[in-house]
Design a protein around this ligand. Structure first.
Ligand SMILES: *[C@@H]1O[C@H](CO)[C@@H](O)[C@H](O)[C@H]1NC(C)=O
Ligand SMILES: *[C@@H]1O[C@H](CO)[C@@H](O)[C@H](O)[C@H]1NC(C)=O
Ligand SMILES: *[C@@H]1O[C@H](CO)[C@@H](O)[C@H](O)[C@H]1NC(C)=O
Ligand SMILES: *[C@@H]1O[C@H](CO)[C@@H](O)[C@H](O)[C@H]1NC(C)=O
Length: 802
C-alpha cells in the first residue's frame, strides 16, 4: 500500500513539472512582513509543511476549529472527515424553491474501524493534487484504512489494513444484509453485503438509485482512481487540458463521472466514450460516466490583451476625450482601506491610461500613472489598518490585520476572495508597468507575490499553493477560504473571477513569460467556460445537457451564486435583478466581449428592463449592463446610457463611451450621437415665478425668492454638469428622494451634484437632477425641488450671464 502511494507521488510531481515551472521561488518579502493565521490548519496536515490549499472543495477536512465540516465532494458524494470515521453520502433530494436548486446534504455512511482511536490526530492527508486528496485513518498498531477522495468517481474506495471494519448507516437503519433482515442501526461487517468485498482486499460501497445502474458499476468496480494529474498543451490560441487519473486496475476501464462542462470540453476534440445507463443529478446537473482514465478537454484561448481589437469609432471620440480629460483632472489617490473596493477603483483608474493611449491622448497618461503609483504605495505600509503581509500557517499573501480577523476585507486574511482582490491589483500594476519600467523594476518582486498567490502554476514554488481559487474538476474558481471551518464553497461574481485571470494575463505580458501567459489564458478560458455553463442561463435554449433541468430556474436568466450544494438567482448582498446580472458582468473589460454572448445578454436586457428605468436602482449596475449590451447594439446602449450619472467602482463615463465605441457594431452606423451639453459660465437663474434663485452661506437651500440672484458657475461634468455657488463655494446637491430642496453644500461634485440643463424651444431651460432623473420644480415656498416627472411639470429658468 505504502509503496503504491509513494510511486504515485513521484509520478505527479514529474507531470506538473513537465507543464510549467514556477514564476518565482524566492521567499516573498512583503512590506508588512509575516503574520500567522488565527485559524491554522489542524493535524490533517500533520506530515506536511505549508503551503496548503485554502479554497478547494476539501479544505473543510483540514480547517479550524475542528476539521469536521461537511464538504460537497468528492462529487457525486458529499463527505465529512470526522475523528470517528469518514462519512459520505449522495444527495438524492433536489429542491427548486423558486430561486435556487438545492441538493440537500445527506450522509449515508460512516466508514471506520473498531480500533479507531477517535482523536483529531488519528486521521490525516497523505497526499493531494489539484483535484483529489488521500485520507488515512490510522491507529498506533498499524490498523486503519485509506480512502481516495477523487471527484468524479462513482466509487468510494476504502482500503483497509489490519482493521476490523465498522460501517455505520447514517441515514436510517439498515434493513437487510444480503437479503437477511436485521434490526440494528449499526453493523460490524467483514462480509460482502452492500457490495462490500472481503477482508484485506478493496472495499467498495455502492449507494444505488436504480437497479439497472448496478450492472454498470459492477462491471467497472475493479478499477478505481487514487489521484489525478493535471497537464496542458498549447497550440497557438488553443489549449488542451488533460486529466490523467492514476488507477488501480485497468486504466482503460476506469468509469469516471463527467459534468456538462467536461462533456462539451471533451466533445470539442473527439466524441468521449460515454457510458449510458448511469447518472447522478448534482448541483452542476447530471454526472454521466466516461470510460478511460485520460480526458483531453479543448479550450479556445482569449486573444485580446490590453486593448479592444478595434479603434474607437470617430462618432464617439470627442465625447470620450471630453469625459477623459475631466476624469483625469479629477483623479484622487485611492487610499487602501481594503483590497476589494480599493482594487476596483485602482483598475478603473488604470484603464483610463489605456483609453488615453488608444484615443491618441498620451499626454494624459503620466497624470494617471502618478496617481496609480501613489495609490498602490498604500500597500507598502509595514503596519496599520491595511498592509500586505505573508501568512505562514497556510502560505499566502494577505491583508495583514485580516489574518486574525475574518471580518476584515471580506475575509481576505482567511483566504476569501483572493482572486477577486488580486486580479484588480495585478491589472492596475501591469498598467503602471506598461508606462513606467523604473517602477516595475523596483516593484516586480512585490507584484509577483500577488500573482503567485492566485496564479502559481507549480508545486515547485515552496510558498504558494497552485492556482489558489481554482477547482479544476468543477471547472471554475471558488471564493470561499478557510473561515467558518471551510464548509460550503461559493462564488457570487463570475465576472470578477475572470478578471482575476485577465489581471494575470496582463501581468504575464509585462513579465514577458509566454508560458505563464498561456497558463493565465487557460485559467481565463476555463473560468469563462464555467461562467457560461453554470452562471449564464438560457431560458429558450433546449439543451438536454443543461446543468439545470428546472425550466423555472433557467427563466431567472442569471445565477447569482453557485455554491457546491446549491445554485440560485440570489446574492448575499442584493436582491435586484440588475445586481445579480451586473456582478456576473463587471468589471467590463475588452477581454470579456465573447463572454457577453448575444443570446445571454439579450435575455438579461429584457429581464432587467423595468429596473433599468427605475431611478432607485443604482446607476453603477445599469452602466455595466448597458456596456455589455454594446455587444448586441452599441447604439441602443449609448442612447440608454445618457441619463447615467454614477458609474460605481468599476467604470466611468469615458470608460463606458470608449467601450461602446470599440464594439463590433455589426449593424454598422454611428454609435454615438451628439448630446446636448449644459451651458457653461457664470449665471443667475430666474425662475418662471419671476424671482431669482438665491442661496447663501447662512441659508444654502436654493429658493426662487430674490429680486437679484446668486451667481452660479455652470460647468461640464460627465453625464451632465455641476452647479457651483460662487457665494459659499459649494456645489449644489439634490436629495435622491426629493425630500429636501436643492442646497449648495458639497465641496466636490459627484453623482448627486450632477444635473442636465436643457434648453427649450422658447430659450428657457429645464433642469434634470441626475440622481433621481426628475426635473426641478418649485415647492410652495419657492424652494427648488427635484420632483417633477415630466418636462411640462418642470419649472422653466432663464439664465442670465454674469
Ligand atoms: C515601496 O517603497 C520602496 C522604497 O521606498 C519603493 O522603492 C517602492 O517603489 C515602493 N513600492 C510601492 C508599491 O509603492
Ligand atoms: C433614461 O433614459 C432613457 C432613454 O434614453 C429613458 O427611456 C428612461 O426612461 C430614462 N429615465 C430613467 C429613470 O432611466
Ligand atoms: C466665473 O466666476 C469665477 C469667480 O467667481 C471666475 O473665476 C471664473 O473665471 C468665471 N468663469 C467664467 C467662465 O466667466
Ligand atoms: C429666501 O428664502 C431664504 C430661505 O428661506 C431666506 O433665508 C431668504 O431670506 C429669502 N429671501 C427673500 C428675499 O425673501
Amino acid at each position: 500500500m505504502a509503496l503504491i502511494l509513494c510511486l504515485w507521488a513521484a509520478y505527479l510531481v514529474s507531470l506538473v513539472a513537465a507543464a510549467i515551472g514556477p514564476i518565482d521561488t524566492s521567499t516573498p518579502s512583503m512590506p508588512g512582513g509575516k503574520v500567522t493565521s488565527a485559524a491554522p490548519p489542524g493535524p490533517f496536515f500533520q506530515d506536511f509543511k505549508p503551503p496548503f490549499p485554502t479554497t478547494g472543495w476539501w479544505v473543510g477536512y483540514a480547517a479550524a476549529p475542528s476539521q469536521n465540516s461537511v464538504v460537497a465532494g468528492p462529487y457525486p458524494y458529499m463527505s465529512c472527515a470526522l475523528d470517528t470515521g469518514f462519512q459520505f453520502g449522495i444527495s438524492n433530494t433536489r429542491n427548486f424553491d423558486g430561486t435556487s436548486i438545492i441538493q440537500t446534504t445527506q450522509m449515508d455512511w460512516e466508514a471506520s474501524y473498531v480500533q479507531n482511536p477517535n482523536t483529531h490526530t488519528s486521521h490525516k492527508a497523505t497526499a493531494w493534487d489539484t483535484q483529489s486528496v488521500t485520507i488515512k485513518y490510522f491507529a498506533s498498531n498499524g490498523a486503519g484504512f485509506t480512502t481516495y477522495a477523487v471527484p468524479g468517481s462513482p466509487y468510494i474506495t476504502l482500503n483497509y489494513n489490519a482493521a476490523t471494519i465498522l460501517l455505520t448507516s447514517k441515514n436510517g437503519n439498515i434493513v437487510s444484509i444480503n437479503g437477511n433482515t436485521i434490526g440494528t442501526s449499526s453493523v460490524t461487517a467483514s462480509g460482502t453485503k452492500f457490495i462490500i468485498n472481503g477482508p484485506g482486499g478493496t472495499y467498495t460501497l455502492y449507494s444505488l438509485g436504480e437497479s439497472t445502474s448496478q450492472a454498470i458499476l459492477d462491471q467497472y468496480s475493479a478499477n478505481y482512481p487514487t489521484s489525478v494529474a493535471l497537464d496542458y498543451t498549447f497550440s497557438g490560441d488553443t489549449a488542451t487540458m488533460s486529466f490523467t487519473w492514476n488507477v488501480v486496475g485497468n486504466a482503460a476501464n476506469l468509469l469516471h463521472l463527467s459534468w456538462p462542462h467536461h462533456r462539451s470540453g471533451l466533445k470539442r476534440l473527439v466524441n468521449p466514450n460515454l457510458v449510458t445507463g448511469l447518472s447522478y443529478l448534482t448541483t452542476k446537473g447530471y454526472m454521466k460516466p466516461v470510460l478511460g482514465n485520460v480526458w483531453h478537454l479543448s479550450y479556445a484561448l482569449p486573444t485580446i490583451t490590453w486593448l479592444p481589437p478595434r479603434v474607437p469609432q470617430a462618432s464617439c471620440t470627442s465625447q470620450i476625450i471630453q469625459a477623459l480629460q475631466y476624469e483625469v483632472a479629477h483623479l484622487t489617490v485611492a487610499v487602501p482601506g481594503d483590497f476589494y473596493f480599493w482594487g476596483k477603483e485602482f483598475q478603473a483608474m488604470a484603464r483610463l491610461a489605456l483609453i488615453a493611449e488608444h484615443v491618441g491622448r498620451t499626454d494624459l497618461i503620466p497624470a494617471v500613472v502618478s496617481i496609480l503609483e501613489q495609490s498602490i504605495a498604500g500597500w507598502n505600509a509595514t503596519s496599520g489598518a491595511t498592509y500586505a503581509a505573508y501568512e505562514t500557517a497556510w502560505g499566502g499573501v494577505v491583508d495583514g490585520p485580516g489574518a486574525t480577523d475574518p471580518n476584515i476585507d471580506f475575509g481576505n486574511g482567511y483566504y476569501n476572495d483572493h482572486h477577486f482582490h488580486y486580479g484588480y491589483l495585478l491589472h492596475g500594476a501591469a498598467v503602471i508597468a506598461r508606462y513606467d519600467s523604473a517602477w516595475w523594476n523596483a516593484n516586480k518582486k512585490f507584484i509577483t507575490a500577488f500573482a503567485r498567490d492566485i496564479g502559481n502554476p507549480s508545486t515547485a514554488d515552496p510558498f504558494f499553493t497552485i492556482a489558489r481559487n481554482r477547482d479544476w474538476f468543477a471547472g471554475h474558481s471558488w471564493a470561499s477560504g478557510i473561515a467558518n471551518g471551510a464548509g460550503s464553497r461559493d462564488e457570487e461574481s463570475s465576472g470578477e473571477a475572470m478578471n482575476a485571470y485577465y489581471g494575470l494575463i496582463l501581468f504575464a505580458d509585462i513579465l514577458g513569460n509566454a508560458d505563464f501567459k498561456n497558463w493565465a489564458r487557460l485559467l481565463w478560458a476555463t473560468e469563462a467556460d464555467g461562467a457560461q455553463t453554470y452562471w449564464h442561463l438560457y431560458p429558450n435554449v433546449n439543451d438536454p445537457d443543461t446543468p439545470y433541468p428546472e425550466q423555472g430556474l433557467r427563466n431567472l436568466v442569471t445565477i447569482g451564486n453557485v455554491m457546491d450544494y446549491q445554485a440560485g438567482a440570489w446574492l448575499f448582498w442584493g436582491a435586484q435583478r440588475s445586481e445579480i446580472a451586473a456582478i456576473q458582468i463587471l468589471p467590463v473589460t475588452p477581454i470579456n466581449e465573447g463572454l457577453y454572448d448575444t443570446t445571454w445578454i439579450t435575455s438579461v436586457w429584457s429581464y432587467v428592463a423595468a429596473e433599468m428605468v427605475d431611478p432607485t436602482v443604482g446607476d453603477e449596475w445599469k452602466a455595466v449592463i448597458q456596456m455589455a449590451y454594446g455587444e448586441v447594439s452599441p447604439q441602443t446602449a449609448f442612447s440608454r446610457s445618457t441619463n447615467i450619472t454614477g458609474w460605481g467602482g468599476t467604470t466611468s463615463q469615458a470608460y463606458l463611451l470608449y467601450h461602446l465605441a470599440t464594439r463590433k457594431n455589426s449593424g454598422g452606423g454611428n454609435i454615438c450621437t451628439a448630446t446636448a451639453t449644459n451651458p457653461s459660465g457664470n449665471f443667475t437663474l430666474k425662475a418662471s415665478n419671476g424671482k431669482f434663485v438665491t442661496s447663501t452661506a447662512a441659508a444654502p437651500n436654493l429658493v426662487a425668492n430674490g429680486s437679484t440672484g446668486t451667481r452660479f458657475t455652470l460647468a461640464y461634468m460627465p453625464g451632465g454638469g455641476s452647479i457651483f455657488n460662487t457665494v459659499n463655494s459649494q456645489y449644489v446637491t439634490a436629495d435622491p428622494n426629493a425630500a429636501v430642496p436643492l442646497t449648495a453644500a458639497r465641496a466636490v461634485a459627484s453623482a448627486w451634484e450632477n444635473f442636465k440643463i436643457v434648453q427649450q424651444s422658447d430659450g428657457t431651460y429645464v433642469i434634470l437632477a441626475g440622481n433621481n432623473v426628475e426635473y426641478i420644480t418649485l415647492d410652495s415656498t419657492g424652494a427648488l425641488v427635484n420632483s417633477a416627472a415630466t418636462i411640462s411639470a418642470a419649472t422653466k429658468f432663464t439664465l442670465v450671464a454674469q
